[in-house]
Structure formats: C-alpha cells, structure tokens
Design a binder for this molecule. Structure first.
Ligand SMILES: Cc1cc2nc3c(=O)[nH]c(=O)nc-3n(C[C@H](O)[C@H](O)[C@H](O)COP(=O)(O)OP(=O)(O)OC[C@H]3O[C@@H](n4cnc5c(N)ncnc54)[C@H](O)[C@@H]3O)c2cc1C
Length: 386
C-alpha cells in the first residue's frame, strides 16, 4: 500500500483547503434538526455546489467535479479540518446518489442527481416501519401498479429530517402475493404529493426533525421506480453498503472528534485520573485505524472491487468508537459533562453532551449492531444460522 499522496492530490487538497478557509461560515449554523437550521444548511449546500464542492466524486454533468474516491477522502479531511457544517442532504448525496449512479436510468440520473447535489431537493430514507425495523423484509407499505402510476399506501417511520425534507426513497411491496425479500421495489416519492402526510417526531434532544410518513393512495409515475420492479432488495443492499461501509461516515469525522478529545485531555490533564490518558490514546488510535482501513477499501474499489459484507465490520467499528470517544470526553469533563451547549457555564464544552446523545444512536441506525454481528457470523464467518 502506497501511503504517500501524489502531487495532483496535494494540489487538490490545497485547492479545497483555500476555498473552505475563505468560505466556511465563521459562526456555526443552527442545528439542521430545526427549520431555521435546515434552511441555513441548504443555503450552505447551494454555495458548496456553485463552487463545485458539493459532491466531488460525481461526474461534472451531475454537479460533481469528477474526482476519484481518494480525492473524496482528502476533501472530507479538509472539510472537517475547516469545521464546515454537517451535510443536511447526507441521505441523498451519500446513500441515494451512489445508488442512482449504479441502478438509475440516464433520465433518472439527469433528473435527480443535479438537484440532489445542490440540495434543492433534500432526501429522506423511508425504510423503517412500525413493524419493520431490523427485519426490513417485513415491510408492509405497498406500491401497486395502476396504469402509468404506482399507488402508495402504508406508513414509514424514523425518517431523519423528514419534517423538512422534500423527497423520500423507500421500499414498498409491489407484488401483493410476495413474501419477505421478494416482491419489494425501490420507489422515489415527493413528500408534498397528494395523499402523503408527514408527522414530525421529537428527538431525544427535543428537536422535531424526525418524521413518520403516511401514504394514503398517493400516486407517483412508474418512472419513479429505481431498478427493476420486485428487485428492490438488491438495490437497497447497495444503498446499505454505502451507508455502513464508506460514505455516510467518512474517517475524517472520527479523526476530527479524536483530535478534539486529545485537546480536551491536554487542557484538563492535571485533573484527570491516569486511566483517562490511556482511554484517549485508545480512541485516537481507533480513529487512525478506521482511516487506514477506509483507505484500503477505497484502494480496492479503485481497482474495480466492491464493498461487501465487511461493511458490517466497519459499521460496528465506527459506531462503537464514536460512543467511546464521547464517553471518554464526558469522563474528562466530570461535573461539567452535564452542561448543554446553551448553558452559560458551558464554555464551549456543551457540544460533547449533544454529541454523546447522538453517538448513542450510532449502534441503532444504519442497521443495529446486533444485526451487523449476525451478518458477520453468517456471511463472513460462515457460522450456522441457528
Ligand atoms: C438516529 C436514528 C436515525 C434513523 N434514521 C432513519 C431513517 O432516516 N430512515 C429509516 O428508515 N430509519 C431510520 N432509523 C431507524 C433505524 O433504522 C431502526 O431503528 C433500526 O433499524 C432498528 O429497528 P427498530 O427500531 O424497529 O428496532 P427492532 O428491530 O425492534 O430491534 C429492537 C432490538 O432488538 C434487536 N434485534 C432485532 N432483531 C434481532 C435479531 N435478529 N438478532 C439479534 N438482535 C435483534 C435489535 O438489535 C435491537 O436492539 C433511524 C434510527 C435512529 C436511532
């Protein structure tokens, strides 16, 4: 493995760094889990897009700059280094975008990708249902064909940013006789269509950005089917691979948190019990290990490889690392760990509590870690199912 960057990659890094230094908002934006923050983040995304930085690995005609995945990793490193805002359209650009690139028709690529890159259209993932979470094959929402349309019925839940977003990609049963993984299809639906009701759900942090989405005879054209009818499971597994394995959580995110953790430790070292030093080093090493592993995966993909079931290993690793880093920060902070960002005495440390609350959800979303362990046992280790 060659761990040195080429001259072109260094130049790309410099170009990204200069632009970000000149353009990243000097004050943090409101949380994108509020309407005001959501709109601010969309404005930021438009600016990124106008400068060609919204989704660097995409082809230029779809709003990218034709970079390769290594350059994308470099861009992510610079993005986090600059303290740039979180990506409000992450389910679109990191999950659905690559899936459309793989399964979409030329018309679908031209229709959806540019508006996704500019966040003119922000997407939510509509997979979970009240009776289909870990067991996604239990999906009950239906999309039955009626002439040139699909008629959607049923309920989706836990749609992140669903309260404010514009479109949903979801799995629906298109074959009324089908069971489990068969007969499901991957359908794209606008959230403002007639027959669609979005009901916000309050999160642990008090913000109402999650949503349940109800479909009552909502009609979408058949062109909104991604991949083949009845073969949605295969398409969804590609999306899940992007989610667990590579794009949703780039290593720069964890290196950034690890760097802040080291800083926090240094500022408070005198008051810390000795075992904390070891815990901080362990977290920092974890972030570096995840980075190297991702570089290895990307190198393999550049040579034509695909992300396989090892995406499940990645997902467990980054989600547990995130919890560990935030727990360690709270241990360092002691009594101050309970301060929320807005508290007068928080002095910039309140973000750790907010981050901790979100880190707790890492082992749940993108498929729970128990389910990932099942995948590893059965698909990688070849252990019996029961
Ligand atoms: C922050 C956050 C954001 C989310 N965003 C979205 C989103 O945008 N779109 C979306 O569709 N969903 C989203 N989800 C939902 C998420 O995908 C589900 O919560 C998750 O798949 C688990 O499903 P469930 O909540 O129904 O729990 P269940 O499936 O009921 O699981 C309950 C518990 O049982 C365990 N369990 C279940 N089956 C097994 C098994 N076979 N073997 C071992 N253990 C098992 C689980 O690991 C879990 O601990 C989000 C969740 C969170 C926390």
């Amino acid at each position: 493995m060659d761990l040195t960057y080429t001259k072109e990659q260094e130049a790309f890094r410099q170009e990204a760094r200069s632009w970000l230094e000149a353009n990243v908002p000097s004050e943090p934006l409101e949380s994108f889990d509020t309407k005001e923050g959501f709109d601010q983040h969309c404005d930021w995304e438009r600016k990124l897009h106008a400068a060609g930085w919204a989704m660097v690995p995409w082809p230029v005609e779809y709003g990218g700059r034709g970079a390769d995945l290594l350059e994308w990793l470099i861009f992510e490193e610079e993005y986090y280094r600059a303290g740039a805002p979180g990506r409000v359209n992450q389910n679109g650009i990191f999950l659905l975008g690559p899936t459309i690139m793989e399964y979409g028709t030329p018309e679908q690529k031209a229709r959806y990708l540019p508006k996704m890159a500019s966040s003119e259209e922000v997407w939510v993932q509509g997979w979970s249902e009240p009776n289909a979470g870990s067991d996604m094959a239990a999906i009950q929402a239906t999309a039955f064909r009626d002439g040139d349309h699909y008629v959607l019925n049923g309920q989706k839940t836990w749609a992140s940013r669903g309260a404010f977003a514009h479109w949903l990609f979801g799995m629906f049963r298109t074959d009324p006789e089908s069971q489990r993984h068969r007969g499901l299809s991957f359908v794209l639906a606008p959230l403002d269509a007639e027959g669609v009701t979005v009901r916000p759900i309050e999160k642990l942090n008090g913000k109402k950005a999650f949503a349940e989405v109800f479909f009552d005879d909502a009609r979408v054209p058949v062109e909104n089917l991604l991949g083949e009818e009845g073969k949605g499971w295969q398409v969804a597994m590609a999306t899940a691979g992007f989610e667990r394995g590579l794009m949703l959580r780039s290593p720069a995110r964890f290196q950034n948190t690890a760097g802040k953790l080291v800083e926090l430790y240094r500022e408070n070292a005198d008051a810390c019990e000795p075992s904390l030093r070891e815990a901080v080093v362990d977290c920092w090493m974890g972030a570096e290990a995840y980075t190297l592993e991702t570089y290895r995966t990307v190198s393999r993909m550049l040579e034509g490889g695909k992300i396989g079931f090892e995406a499940s290993l990645n997902k467990i690793f980054w989600s547990e690392l995130d919890v560990k880093m935030h727990e360690t920060a709270l241990r360092i902070l002691g009594d101050r760990a309970e301060l929320l960002p807005g508290a007068p005495a928080a002095e910039g440390v309140g973000d750790w509590l907010d981050g901790f609350l979100f880190a707790l959800s890492g082992p749940i979303y993108a498929g729970t870690n128990e389910i990932q362990r099942n995948v590893i046992a059965e698909r990688i280790l070849g252990l019996p199912r029961s």
